[in-house]
Ligand binder design. Sequence first.
Ligand SMILES: [Zn+2]
Length: 243
Amino acid sequence: MMDKVTMTVPVTLAHTASTPISSPTFLIGEDGWCTAQSQRIPATLNMPDLPELLNVPEVRHEPSPNCDPRPQGISVELLVIHNISLPPGKFNTPFIADLFCNRLNYDADPYFEQLRPLRVSAHFLIRRDGGVVQFVATTQRAWHAGVSSFGARERCNDFSIGIELEGTDYEPFTSPQYVALYALTHALLKRHGLTAVCGHSDIAPGRKTDPGPFFDWVQYQQAVVDRRAQVLTTPRLGFPIEG
Ligand SMILES: [Zn+2]
């Protein structure tokens, strides 16, 4: 069994001052909605610290209609990492949230026409600045995985949580995104019985490529997983969280 008490997530914000600013702490409530806990403000606060303090990740709730109850008796076991940008390669647009909330203006970009029939969502989006948007309660089923299988189990939406990183297959994700992802993963581990993390490409090979080659699985695993956990021998299925 995973020893949750001794599990640590070594996350610190990139910070140049001598006093480290603690990482964001997220809490997933009983209702499956995430909130950010208050930051620990350093006692010796210098003015140069202020921009970083103002830039700490936040959690915004934008409830999506694209969700439904999980099947009875099915618990959350898998965390799926994705990337998305709309239009592809463009960052900091409102269009991802618009798509997930069924309010996308399909005329805003030629690429959007093909999205018209889609009704999709993810539980979370982590934007380039590390800001977190939650669309679906973790207790509910979001529509992020599509046709998928984790080992022999199909329909991964039933038993997974989906996190979208704003990004592409062609460039690195940002440090604030990793900081937020570690903190969010830690909060999800506390709330749900997650047993593994994988990429969308692992559960829909040939159909999906995200989160792509620039996602740093090694750094992520080191930040999240208990030292006793071992990497699966089949890397296509991500890594287990239980030791
Ligand atoms: Zn995906």
